[in-house]
Design a protein around this ligand. Structure first.
Ligand SMILES: [Zn+2]
Length: 321
């Protein structure tokens, strides 16, 4: 484990925000999440060092990608954020780099829509990709710096990396003037991220807000053009909102130990097969948690309307000098 200062402003005045264990793989492994008093960036601190991270990404983590052919709606929503493709006067097609491309389904989706594509993926668990180039290293380690891409995308990637600043800076270098950097992260200004334990700890190491993202972009020489708070691409259902309200009524901060056992952990503990039967059993044995799931769906809609949803999508541009 390593202690770090703020990746955005270098500050070391860090305030505790909450603590929770790794609810996906090891319920006894606890982490502290802090906020930088100066700039508002959130992060896990202390945190596992980069070499230690593989144990938090067991092969089961990647099995979610396996039937990613089913995510065509998501890819269409992602593609809609990119400016339409137009071949250059000399006939070359625009070039896209997708950071964290997993099995390559999104780049493949874009390839079918008139883009040349490249991927970047650090996980050795991701399947082999043979139909376009894939860089097998973290973005900052690419050994070229010249502007090359018309667009760079990163869907739910930047919250996983150890040095977000290096990613923003490298993306800025690799974009051609006028090129787009489009990415999705979680929203540390949302109740979901700050107080409801909806983040995937410790796979998520950094927690961003509109202001901290704007600062990262500006430092890298990029401009934020659009920001969206919605579930068009990924959802973050604000589960535990009823428990939060109950704690608030008693003027207390909700602790992770006071939240109900998740459906995921219940199914694991009871060794049930996933499906409607297991969900029903969970609802019958955890009636308040089941009510909370309904409240969370309603509250999620309200968050979207109030621009306080747990997911932020940003379209930024490298200005033409
Ligand atoms: Zn800071």
């Amino acid at each position: 484990m390593e202690h770090v200062s703020c990746n955005l402003c270098g500050g070391s005045d860090l305030r505790p925000v909450y603590e929770q264990p790794d609810t996906l793989f090891d319920i006894n492994d606890w982490f502290s999440i802090v906020g930088c008093a100066r700039c508002g960036l959130g992060f896990v601190n202390p945190r596992p060092e980069p070499e230690e991270m593989t144990r938090y990404y067991p092969p089961e983590f990647f099995s979610a990608f396996e039937n990613s052919g089913a995510h065509q709606n998501r890819y269409a929503a992602q593609a809609a954020l990119l400016a339409p493709t137009t071949a250059k006067a000399n006939g070359t097609l625009p070039l896209l780099l997708d950071i964290g491309c997993a099995n390559g389904d999104f780049p493949r989706f874009m390839q079918a829509r008139g883009w040349r594509v490249e991927g970047l993926e650090v996980s050795p668990n991701a399947n082999a990709i043979t139909d376009f180039p894939v860089h097998r290293m973290p973005l900052p380690e690419l050994d070229f710096d010249a502007p090359r891409y018309d667009a760079i995308t990163a869907w739910a990637v930047l919250e996983h990396v150890h040095d977000p600043r290096a990613y923003f800076n490298k993306a800025a270098k690799l974009l051609k003037p006028g090129g787009q950097f489009v990415f999705l992260v979680t929203n540390f200004n949302s109740l979901s991220s700050r107080a409801l334990f909806n983040e995937d700890i410790p796979r998520h190491l950094y927690f961003f807000t509109q202001d901290t993202l704007r600062a990262y972009l500006a430092d890298a020489g990029l401009e934020m053009r659009n920001i969206y708070f919605d579930k068009a691409i990924f959802e973050m259902t604000p589960v535990n909102v009823l428990y939060y309200l109950w704690a608030k009524l008693r003027r207390r901060k909700l602790l992770w130990r006071e939240t109900p056992e998740s459906r995921h952990l219940y199914i694991q503990r009871k060794e049930l097969a996933r499906g409607m039967g297991a969900t029903l059993r969970y609802a019958l044995t955890h009636p308040i948690a089941a009510m909370d799931r309904c409240a969370a769906m309603l509250y999620g809609r309200w968050q979207i309307r109030r621009k306080s949803y747990g997911i932020i999508t940003v379209a930024a541009i490298k200005p033409v000098p």
